[in-house]
Design a protein around this ligand. Structure first.
Ligand code: ZN
Length: 64
């Protein structure tokens, strides 16, 4: 585990790169930077990020 946010693909032993990725949730899609391995395409999605984005979408829906 590293403290600086850099993640390594354990399959390829290479640094994951932030990639614009679209999420779909409750019929909404939005883009966010997801760490992805440039070699095998494995993505790392931190639970915290998912929770934050999901609650943003939920809030958006509630405001309507
Ligand atoms: Zn990989």
């Amino acid at each position: 585990m590293s403290e600086d946010g850099v993640k390594i693909c354990h399959r390829c032993q290479i640094e994951l790169e932030p990639t614009k990725t679209d999420f779909k949730y409750l019929g909404h899609s939005f883009f966010t930077d997801i760490l992805r391995c440039p070699v095998c395409g494995e993505v790392y999605i931190p639970e915290q990020l998912v929770e934050t984005r999901m609650s943003e979408v939920e809030k958006m829906l509630e405001d309507k």
